[in-house]
Every structure is written in C-alpha cells, then in structure tokens.
Design a binder for this molecule. Sequence first.
Ligand code: ZN
Length: 241
Amino acid sequence: MQVKQYMLGKGYSWATPYYIATGEQGGPHVMVVAGIHGKEIASIRAAEKLVELLNQQKLHISQGKLIIVPIVNQEAYRKRIRGVPDLNRTFPRKKKQAASNRLSAAVFELAQKHQPEWYLDLHEANGLSQKDNKVLGQTIISNSGNPAVPAVRRVIKLMNRSIKLQDQHFNIRLRELSGSSRTAAARILGARAVTVETCWSLPKKVRIKYHLEIVQHFLREAGLVKANGVYLAAKVRTVTP
Ligand SMILES: [Zn+2]
C-alpha cells in the first residue's frame, strides 16, 4: 500500500491537502471528505486519524484506491465556523452544471477525476435522531434509491450493536439535498453516496470514534479493507494542534 499527499488549489488561500492510499491491486475507489463545514471538528479529526492510520500502516488498503480530503474548507476551519456561503449548497445540481464556488468546484473535479464508486461526507449535527426524528445527530444519510442504502442499514446495525446507550444509536435518513456534495456524487457521478452525522453534544472523543468506525465499516463494505483489517480500537487524538 502506498500513501501520497497532494494539494488541492495549490497557491490559493483555500488550498488544502488531500491524500491517496493505493492498494496493491486494482479495485473500487472510495472518496472520503470532511470539513465541508469548518466547525464540525470530530469529523475532521476522524479523517486526519484515518490518514495517520494509513501512514502508520495500521489500516491497510488491500485493493482499490482511497482518496481523503480531511479539511475541505480551510478558511472556515481556521475560524471554527460552518462557512459562508454554506459550501454544502454550492455543489453542481445537475449534469454539466458547474459548482457555484471555486472550492466546491475543485472538490467535485477531484471526485470526477477519480470516479469513486463510494463517496462518504463526514459531518456533525444537532440532537439525537433516536429521540427526535426531525434532527440529524447520529444519522447516516443517503439519497432515496441509492445503491448504498443496504450497506448503510448493515453499518447502522453493526454500530448500534456496539453502542450501549440507546439514545446514541444511529438511524438512516433518505433525503435529497440539492447542492450538497453527497447529492452531487449520487446523482451526477452515480456513486454510492453517504453523509455521516454525529451529534455535537456527545464528547468529542466518542464522536471521533463513531466517525472512524463508520468509515472503516464502509471501507470494508467497498472491499478496500479486509474484514479482519478494521482498526476499531483506535486511540483517538482529541487535542487540536
Ligand atoms: Zn455539516
């Protein structure tokens, strides 16, 4: 397995590093992005941890390719804000339509270049979906009819089996969100597209752990990681540099 770092938007104020881990054999491509919203820290830390695990060869990609953008919106991240405009409303809404923001355009071009079969977008949200079906905290979201849906249900089942507190259980949500990176990946690239939302009010360490586990379950579903290769016991870094 090889891990390489690249720069998206090199020379621009919004430039951000991304990473590609390539397995020994060809196979599906998976793209993982975090930090489309700059203050959703646990999702960002989980993506960074994923890169760290790959670099340390603790997580092994046996086939295919994994593309990770840990902090999409660097400017919003530096200010710890969601971002203005909301980047997750600026992705292309239909084929042949450009993104309405240069940063989302660059992220989408990267996705188009690698044609991922799977697209995972990591976020954080308010509330616990188990207690209130109108909130998005602790949900995994896909688009109606998306081929990822059966895998989403399996991953949720696995996660909830390991989460003792029932209030923190994950639930599936199916929704169209035009202009979001997930809906663009689903509708324009035909990817199995998923958004992961942890709940803000849980301890950061727990949220990072949930993201990390969910991503690895999907990597296994995609065939990039062998069933016994999932690094679920990851010790997570919670201190912001
Ligand atoms: Zn978000």
